[in-house]
Ligand binder design. Structure first.
Ligand code: PLP
Length: 397
């Protein structure tokens, strides 16, 4: 099996991840922050160690301003629904994942397409979607031009999950500081694979997911809340037990507790810490260099195949290790099926939860075939996959 579906979730996980999770189950097991016995204290230590590791990788100064969520989708919902109010305006890009686009459309008050939809209690937020180029490139000047007097936030992914194109978050961060706006970044595709520095890049809210390049298990993720965000203005998505201020019937008003109700996923966070520590030990820059080399070989190889169409910037320095392509005359779904059945290559086909991005790239509605590489893939695997695509393209011609 060649696993090229890392843009969806990474596999295999780094050494130590499964062991850390097993250790928690076998030897710790207790609820953190809710009791004073030694197992509970060890559980709390694991949660805090995971906060420190994630903050280290993103250069976030305060581990207590990291809110655990079950994934980046929840983190983005928390940032958007928690901070935006009717009358506010948000600027986003046309390369967003539905995890950004759907909560934004709901805040805008867009009717949802299902039978018997309940009366909406959201609405009134204005959204501007800045069009990216057909290779997914966002021009920061267009973001600036979209700013209005009531703009409160710019919300962008750091890299497209369809074609890997990197968005200019640092440039937009500088604009946001100048115009006193909040910058929310979805780092699902870059965390652990590309340097992210919330301070240098002037990111106020960073959503991350644990199960991709950070090497952790599913069910882990979070939102890093910068100093410029007034946490008392965040409306938590849920309320409940936090283990703190138990004497009050109302929600605490301090981070992270105010946004972390209910028993956390400590087994997952034990694995996430191990994953992030592995990434830090190997080095994000070293992982990035490895992935650039593989991406270059993949893009060049695909472009040399008659009938293969490659999307995006075609420059490995301007993107992550996610490459989208099609074969002329063969639907992406059939390409994916044959790659799996005949060559043992696992990839993802279709729209990748990002219909707006596919409209931008000109690949809507059929989508593309997506190869998502990771730190664990090799040049040999890329060569084998290129041979398979070459054969399929020959069959289709
Ligand atoms: C850019 C981007 N945003 C959001 C998500 C959603 O991630 P999760 O399902 O972990 O919340 C993904 C994952 O596919 C993604 O690539």
């Amino acid at each position: 099996m060649i696993y090229f579906d890392n843009a969806a979730t990474s596999w295999p996980k780094p050494p130590g991840v499964a062991e850390a999770m097993t250790r928690f189950i076998d030897e710790v097991g207790a609820n953190p922050g809710r009791a004073a016995h030694r197992q509970a204290i060890e559980s709390g230590r694991i949660v805090y160690a995971a906060r420190e590791a994630v903050c280290e990788i993103f250069h976030a100064p305060d581990p207590l301003r990291l809110v655990w969520c079950k994934n980046v989708t929840e983190a983005l919902n928390l940032a958007l629904r928690g901070l935006l109010r009717p009358g506010d305006h948000v600027v986003t890009s046309s390369m967003e994942h539905n995890s950004m686009m759907r909560p934004l459309r709901a805040l805008e008050g867009a009717p949802e397409r299902h039978q018997g939809a309940p009366e909406r209690h959201l609405g009134g937020v204005e959204v501007t979607v800045v069009e990216c180029s057909p290779s997914g490139v966002l021009d920061p000047a267009e973001v600036e031009a979209a700013i209005r007097p009531n703009t409160r936030m710019v919300a962008l992914n750091h890299a497209s999950n369809v074609v890997g194109t990197l968005l200019p978050v640092a440039e937009v961060g500088a604009i946001c500081r100048e115009r006193d706006l909040l910058l929310l970044v979805d780092a699902a595709q870059t965390g652990g694979a590309y340097p992210v520095d919330v301070q240098a890049d002037k990111i106020d809210l960073l959503g991350f997911t644990g199960h991709k390049s950070l090497g952790g298990p599913m069910g882990t993720g979070g939102l890093i809340v910068g100093e410029r965000v007034d946490e008392t203005q965040i409306d938590p998505l849920i309320r409940g037990g936090t283990g703190s201020r138990s004497e009050y019937e109302v929600q605490p008003d301090f981070l992270p507790d105010m946004c972390e109700s209910g028993t956390p996923n400590v087994v997952g966070l034990a694995g996430l810490e191990a994953g992030v520590r592995w990434v830090l030990a190997r080095g994000v820059q070293a992982i990035r260099a490895h992935e650039v080399t593989l991406t270059q070989a993949l893009i060049e190889g695909l472009r040399s195949i008659p009938g293969a169409i490659v999307y995006g910037t075609l420059d490995p320095e301007l993107q992550t290790a996610t490459v989208s392509f099609n074969i002329d005359g063969m639907r992406p779904s059939l390409v994916g099926l044959r790659l799996d059945d005949e060559y043992g290559i696992g990839c993802r086909v279709g729209l990748h939860c990002a219909p707006t991005a596919h409209r931008t790239l000109g690949t809507f509605p059929d989508g593309t075939v997506r190869f998502g590489l990771s730190a664990f893939n090799t040049a040999d695997e890329v060569e084998i996959a290129l041979g398979a695509v070459r054969q399929l393209a020959a069959d289709a011609s």
